[in-house]
Design a protein around this ligand. Structure first.
Ligand code: AMP
Ligand code: ZN
Length: 141
């Protein structure tokens, strides 16, 4: 299977075996390996083998493959590490916290009080504003 690649991309280098990783699994379209800056023990990444930067660029079937791989890793984390929770996190663009522009899903085992700053406190929105943005989104679907 051929994939788009970017010679300067760190994840493309890992996919190509030019950089080392702690590999968990690999299939035709995806690879999963440990994050080397873990927020918690077991923090891993499910990564498309092809170089697509973001969720709007990647083909839907490959995104589904990455999601399947993330689920496999999450199930292994639940079984092997018994976390109190797991987050799947996927960032697109620097403003969203993306540092590697090659699509990946973080699998983050969580514990209460672990101070990983992902969680927010819900504050009710203005229903008119919510409806207006919903209308914009529906027009773009
Ligand atoms: P994001 O900030 O969502 O783009 O996530 C990129 C993640 O890749 C970060 O959590 C980094 O710690 C991780 N990372 C960067 N380089 C490597 C590498 N060579 N091996 C494993 N993980 C990496
Ligand atoms: Zn890449």
């Amino acid at each position: 299977m051929t994939h788009p690649t970017d010679a300067d991309c760190v994840f493309c280098k890992i996919v190509a075996g030019k950089l080392p990783c702690f590999k968990l699994l690999e299939d035709g379209a995806t690879i999963a390996f440990m994050d080397i800056n873990p927020v918690n023990p077991g923090h891993a990444l499910a990564v498309a083998k092809g170089h697509w930067p973001t969720v709007d660029a990647i083909p839907a079937d490959v995104l589904a493959d990455v999601a399947r791989t993330a689920q496999r890793v999450a199930k292994a984390a639940v079984k092997a590490l018994a976390p109190e929770g797991v987050n799947l996190v996927q960032a697109n663009g620097a403003a969203a916290g993306q540092s590697v522009p090659h699509l990946h899903i973080h699998v983050m085992p969580r514990r209460r009080g672990d101070n990983v700053s992902l969680n927010w406190t819900p504050v009710p929105g203005d229903m008119k504003d919510i409806e207006a943005v919903a209308d914009k989104l529906k027009a773009a679907l």
